[in-house]
Write a protein that binds this ligand. Structure first.
Ligand code: HAM
Length: 425
């Protein structure tokens, strides 16, 4: 029996991988404009890191991590998200000492969560994210949100809903926590076993429960917005004020709590509103995490960031029917007929490639007709035919597949000829 791909993972084959490259290139270009620099961290980290940042009582830590012991008996975990590692690296590399704060970083790479696979939910998925660490200016919250909306806009996505909420500071959260306990405690017996443990440990997580989401107490649960202290209210109105000023529309949803523990103040998600988009409509999630750097052993350095998966980004593009501006074509395919022509074509494709063109040839010793068909299948802009007659004159026949015309050019001028024609287009 052949070995199959693990559940919840996928091969990204040619034809699809270009879409990934396209989205990554847009995201990187927008990051360049906003002055965010790339950081690369390991794919696995000490398990402890995620317990302390994402949170011991979250679904991610309790149910979804790929944790293993290495040969040195250390507990390691395949990263389920990027923020924890970026903050660890910020502390470890003393980036808080860099004179210009916040430090503005972006990252991309595979993340791993042992979730039940379904459309838009994988066990290995690729996130693109940014983190701005070292400032508590609400303008940076607006910048981070503007950045992600700019990425979506640059790709042509329109049917989006930016949902935003404030989780407040520690004081506001404590007041809200007490109200949540008072609200759920009398009827906690009607909730799932997980929610019963959540009540004491982290009642905010009850609002995130997938099993009990239709329970009547969910709809009437106390809203965090009613428990924000003055400072938190002012902060939130500054953020929304900046978004208004930038013309970025949003919906405030007091029920948006996010599934990770490190958040406070601004929390946001971007949802797809495209018809036919799967059941999971969240494209992007992010928020502020003011205590995290300290929790991981650094100084008081407030941060904010977001991450989206490329998988859901692609699904949104397809649900909106956006045409992929991908250039899959080949610049020149060489059709060589006869032994000598084949030998000569080794150097010919090389010259084309050295000149910066994409070029290919036949490697299956096929007849002329089959080679011409291959050139066609590969969408070659030019087909260069080298037969005995051409060889005798040291020339080559070049067909312009778009114009339907052909010319006979000196062999040593082939690369220059194709290049000039391509540039003229
Ligand atoms: P998150 O909400 O857990 O946040 O994930 C962010 C995004 O990753 C989601 O909105 C979704 O696009 C994608 N995603 C999550 N799980 C899966 C999955 N199983 N399959 C496909 N895509 C998935 C975080 O990870 C935070 N670190 C975001 C952040 C950065 N907050 C501050 N900075």
């Amino acid at each position: 029996m052949s070995v199959k791909i693990p559940r919840g993972t996928q091969d990204i084959l040619p034809g699809q991988s270009e879409k990934w490259q396209y989205i990554e290139s847009i995201a990187k270009e927008v990051c360049r404009r906003y002055h965010y620099k790339e950081i690369r961290t390991p794919i696995f980290e000490h398990t402890e890191l995620f317990k302390r940042s994402v949170g011991d009582t979250t679904d991610i830590v309790q149910k979804e991590m790929y944790t293993f012991e290495d040969r040195g008996e250390r507990s390691l975990t395949l990263r389920p998200e990027g923020t924890a590692a970026v903050v660890r690296s910020f502390v470890e590399n003393k980036m808080f000492g860099i004179p210009d704060q916040p430090v503005k970083l972006f990252y991309t790479g595979p993340m791993f969560r042992y979730e039940r696979p379904q459309s838009g939910r994988y066990r290995q998925f690729v996130q693109f994210g940014v983190e701005a660490i070292g400032s508590e200016d609400p303008a940076i919250d607006a910048e981070v949100i503007a950045l992600v909306m700019d990425i979506y806009k640059s790709a042509g996505l329109k049917k989006l809903n930016l949902v935003i909420n404030s989780l407040g500071d520690a004081e506001s959260r404590n007041a809200h926590r007490a109200a949540l306990i008072a609200h759920f405690e009398p009827r906690i017996g009607e909730f799932c076993a997980d929610c019963q443990t959540r009540l004491a440990q982290n009642p905010l997580r009850i609002l995130d429960c997938k099993k009990d989401r239709d329970h009547e107490l969910m709809g009437t649960a106390p809203s965090i917005l009613d428990y924000l202290n003055e400072e938190s209210k002012t902060y939130f109105s500054k953020v929304t004020g900046y978004l208004d000023g930038l013309g970025i529309s949003y919906t405030i949803d007091p029920k948006l709590v996010r599934g990770l523990d490190y958040y406070n103040h601004t929390a946001f998600e971007v949802m797809s509103e495209a018809e036919g988009f799967g059941a999971i409509t969240t494209l992007c999630g992010g928020g502020r995490y003011n205590g995290l750097v300290q929790d991981l052993g650094g100084p008081d350095s407030p941060g904010i960031g977001f991450a989206f998966s490329i998988e859901r980004f692609i699904a949104a593009m397809e649900a909106e029917g956006i045409k992929w501006p991908l250039d899959n074509g080949l610049d020149c395919y060489i059709v060589a007929l006869g032994e000598e022509a084949k030998d000569r074509s080794v150097a010919l494709v090389h010259q084309l490639r050295t000149a910066g063109l994409s070029a290919d040839r036949d490697y299956q010793d096929r007849k002329m007709k089959a080679q011409l068909k291959a050139s066609d299948r590969q969408n070659a802009r030019f087909t260069a035919i080298l037969g005995e007659d051409e060889l005798a004159e040291n020339r080559i026949t070049v067909k312009d597949m778009a114009a339907g015309s052909q010319e006979n050019v000196p062999l040593n001028e082939l690369a220059q000829y194709v290049k000039t024609k391509m540039e003229a287009n």
